[in-house]
Structure formats: structure tokens, C-alpha cells
Design a binder for this molecule. Structure first.
Ligand SMILES: Cc1cc2nc3c(=O)[nH]c(=O)nc-3n(C[C@H](O)[C@H](O)[C@H](O)COP(=O)(O)OP(=O)(O)OC[C@H]3O[C@@H](n4cnc5c(N)ncnc54)[C@H](O)[C@@H]3O)c2cc1C
Length: 196
């Protein structure tokens, strides 16, 4: 993905499928060498992109993954957002679940005197939403990195279809974000009574 920003620079995101080999723990020079190796010969603007990457100080490489935990609290500690239930950048849902999670956790802590009851209620409200957010679109993540020309053509055709206004009504439910798939509890009746 190549995306210009409003400051005259362009951000590039390169991704490729791989077993978990620990590339994210290597130093930057080694990571750049791996990316050059993977993407050399990919055509289009790739020579310019790789040359710019070699000299770029604004660079990072990370493993794409999800966090799935059987529970989100222990003792007086509760997890929110990526720490508890990272959905991965592929989902496009990370910010939504993090913000909703913070809202629900704060609300349930205000509603219940016992933090254990609050944590259980937080999890009961959030768990179905997070499970839905972590469900990746059909074909993801492998479908996002086709390895043949035919696969690339197919991917482009699917994206064109999914984003065309005419087909949107049919394909919309398949590709739309589940960000609104939660009835937010109303905590507006709760008041802060003091530190506890
Ligand atoms: C490339 C990429 C693209 C993405 N695209 C999307 C998208 O399109 N839509 C979407 O909804 N989400 C997207 N996400 C995911 C989204 O950014 C995260 O899900 C979201 O930021 C999670 O919020 P958070 O508050 O849980 O964690 P973070 O935003 O990671 O915040 C955690 C904070 O804690 C700080 N911290 C860590 N350790 C310590 C410590 N020991 N002491 C003090 N502070 C500490 C960190 O510096 C950081 O500021 C994307 C993520 C990536 C990486």
C-alpha cells in the first residue's frame, strides 16, 4: 500500500506471508535486507520504494497477529484494547474495540462496587463484540498477498467489485466493518462519588 500524506511524504506498507520466524526481533538493517529480498522484482514502483526504504529512518517491521485470551482480568488488573484482544491491522477494528472497551470498563467499574463483578460484566458485554471483530474477512490474511499474476488479477477484480457503487448493496454485508455491532450500555445515570 502506498499512501501520500499532507506533508509531502508518502507512507508505504509492505506485507508478505511467512511462518513466524522472528523477523520482528532482528535489527533494522537485517529487516530491510529481508524486505528487499522479498520484493525485488515485484515491478511497478518497487525499485524506488526499496531505494527509499534503504535510506529511511522512519521504518519498522512487526508481525501481524491477534491476541486471544481466555480472560481479560486477574486480581485488580484488567486488560483493554490491543493488550487484551488485539484484532490485528487486517481487521480494521483495533481502534473501535479499544475505545469501546475503555468506555465499557469505566462504566462497569462505576456501576459495581466490587471490581470482580465489574470485570465480569465488562467481559460479558465485550466478549461477543471482540469475537466478531477478530473474525477476519473471507480469504484473509493469505488472500491479501497473492503469489501469482493470476492471483493478483483476481484480487484486483474482487476489490473493484467490492468497492463499486453498483455491487456495494450485494457485497456490502460481506466487506462492511462490524464496528457498530454492539449496543452500547448507557452509563449516563452513574455519578462519580469519590476515590475508592
Ligand atoms: C499498521 C497498523 C495499521 C492499523 N490500522 C488500523 C485501522 O485502519 N483501523 C483500526 O481501527 N485500527 C488499526 N490499527 C490498530 C490500532 O492502531 C490499535 O488497535 C489501537 O491503537 C489499540 O489501542 P490501544 O490503546 O489498545 O494500544 P496502543 O495504541 O498501542 O497504545 C498503547 C500505548 O501504551 C504505551 N506503552 C507501552 N508500554 C508502556 C509502558 N511500559 N509504560 C507506559 N506506556 C507504555 C505505548 O507507547 C502506546 O502509546 C492498526 C495498527 C497498525 C500497527
Amino acid at each position: 500500500m502506498v499512501r501520500p500524506d499532507n506533508r509531502g511524504t508518502t507512507k508505504v506498507a509492505l506485507s508478505f506471508p511467512s511462518p513466524p520466524l522472528g523477523y520482528e526481533r532482528l535489527d533494522t538493517a537485517a529487516q530491510k535486507t529481508i524486505l528487499s529480498h522479498v520484493f525485488t522484482g515485484a515491478g511497478w514502483e518497487m525499485p524506488r520504494i526499496l531505494a527509499a526504504m534503504a535510506g529511511s529512518e522512519d521504518f519498522y517491521l512487526e508481525l501481524l497477529g491477534q491476541i486471544r485470551l481466555p480472560r481479560w482480568s486477574s486480581g485488580r488488573v484488567a486488560l483493554v484494547g490491543d493488550a487484551g484482544y488485539c484484532a490485528s491491522p487486517i481487521s480494521g477494528m483495533g481502534t473501535s474495540v479499544a475505545l469501546v472497551g475503555a468506555y465499557v470498563l469505566a462504566g462497569e467499574l462505576a456501576r459495581h462496587d466490587d471490581h470482580r463483578t465489574a470485570f465480569a460484566a465488562y467481559e460479558a458485554v465485550m466478549r461477543p463484540y471482540v469475537t466478531r471483530a477478530q473474525k477476519l474477512p473471507p480469504g484473509a490474511p493469505r488472500g491479501g498477498s497473492p503469489r501469482t499474476r493470476r492471483g493478483i488479477k483476481f484480487q484486483h477484480a474482487v476489490i473493484r467489485l467490492a468497492t463499486s457503487p453498483a455491487a456495494r448493496r450485494i457485497t456490502g454485508p460481506m466487506f462492511s466493518s462490524p464496528a457498530s455491532a454492539i449496543e452500547l450500555p448507557d452509563y449516563s445515570d452513574l455519578t462519580v462519588t469519590g476515590a475508592g
